[in-house]
Design a protein around this ligand. Structure first.
Ligand code: PMP
Length: 358
């Protein structure tokens, strides 16, 4: 039985990448040493981390006036690091509350002592759409506006960005980085954990405008952008294996056609599932059409027990990890870059069969 893993992250990786890791694991580049053993101060690792940076720049067309940094600590780490590094003038940030992870970023900044103003929220409608920024942002009040480009739990995504009136735009792109096309120049800072679209958990990418990086006193070294920029992301030991594996995934992405191809594939996969859900009399996706995510699709029957029965039935057919997030319930299919079209086809076939047999 072919197994397809629909987990929200860590998530499915390309088979080619897993096989390459397996092949290279005992001896990296004929060195007799494993990637699990080599020093981050070796020239072999220098080449690896530099290639990851170069491939990221190439794939995302990152302009030269942006720095590309690698951190540990996940998206959650950046919920703290971004205000510590950027909110130095006003100590006040603006937020569009589009769901669980946007709200979490606000809570973390608040508990570190920053003022957080939620300019719009769609909490009242269970985040079934994106919050609209209707006001003109004042240009002398906020250090930045935080958005979450793809709401992993609720299944919404920005297809058009809010107008910030020159206030820096910070985006948590954890669940649709390189799965959906954005222009890096439209953002002042992008961060994303790699564990959904780009690799195994353990690396967080930060792409930040060089002009925003400054000396900040009194913040932890492991979250200090200026220090990481100066030390090629290695003031201390980086997650060596995870950076290496992310590098392999980026090579795979380049080989199959880059972000344009990924977006086209992801659109095709998402449409297949949305089209099924929209005509189904059993399953429903609650998200407003114009805000629907390409990578995370929640759906439900309206009966929590039946939802669980569907999850079990799918698992018995090799369609794994389709249980929805506990805050939303129901089911959720995560269709990241490495999920093949055949996986979504198999899912739709099973859902169709389940509905027919009801
Ligand atoms: N932001 C988004 C959009 C997420 O989906 C997640 C995790 N699922 C996070 C932040 C938190 O990331 P981490 O677990 O890497 O801290």
């Amino acid at each position: 039985m072919t197994v397809y893993n629909f987990a929200a992250g860590p998530a499915t990786l390309p088979n080619e990448v897993i096989t390459q890791i397996q092949d290279e694991l005992p001896s990296l580049q004929g060195s007799g040493m494993s990637i699990l053993e080599i020093s981050h101060r070796s020239s072999m690792f220098d080449d690896i981390i530099n290639a990851v940076q170069a491939d990221l720049r190439d794939l995302m067309k990152i302009p030269d006036d942006y720095e590309v940094l690698f951190f540990q600590g996940g998206g959650t780490g950046q919920f703290a690091a971004v205000p510590m590094n950027l909110a130095t003038d006003h100590h006040r940030i603006a937020l569009l509350d589009s769901g669980h992870w946007a709200a979490k970023a606000g809570e973390e900044a608040k508990q570190l002592g920053y003022k957080v103003d939620t300019l719009a929220t769609t909490k009242a409608t269970h985040y079934d759409r994106l919050p609209a920024l209707t006001m003109t942002m004042p240009d002398d009040t906020y250090d930045y506006l935080h958005i979450c480009t793809n709401n992993t739990i609720e299944g919404t995504a920005y297809h058009e960005l809010p107008k910030t009136n020159h206030v820096p735009l910070v985006a948590d792109m954890s669940s649709n980085i390189m799965a959906q096309k954005y222009d890096v120049a439209d953002f002042d800072l992008i961060f994303a954990g790699v564990q959904k679209n780009l690799g195994p958990a353990g690396v967080t990418i930060v792409i930040v405008k060089k002009s925003l990086i400054k000396e900040v006193d009194g913040i932890p070294s492991v979250f200090n952008y200026q220090l990481f920029a100066k030390k090629n992301s290695m003031p201390n030991t980086p997650p060596v294996f995870n950076i290496y594996a992310t590098g392999l995934t980026l090579k795979w992405l380049k080989k199959v056609g880059g972000i344009d191809e990924m977006q086209a594939r992801n659109q095709k996969k998402a449409s297949l599932l949305y089209d099924f859900l929209d005509q189904s009399t059993l399953f429903n996706n609650p998200v407003k059409h114009q805000d629907r995510s390409l990578t995370n699709i929640p759906f439900m029957t309206g009966d929590a027990k039946l939802d669980l029965a569907v999850v079990d039935d799918l698992a018995a057919h090799g369609l794994m990890n389709l249980k929805g997030h506990r805050s939303v319930g129901g089911l959720r299919a995560s269709l990241y870059n490495a999920m093949p079209f055949e996986g979504v086809q198999a899912l739709v076939n099973e859902l169709y069969r389940f509905e027919k047999e009801m």
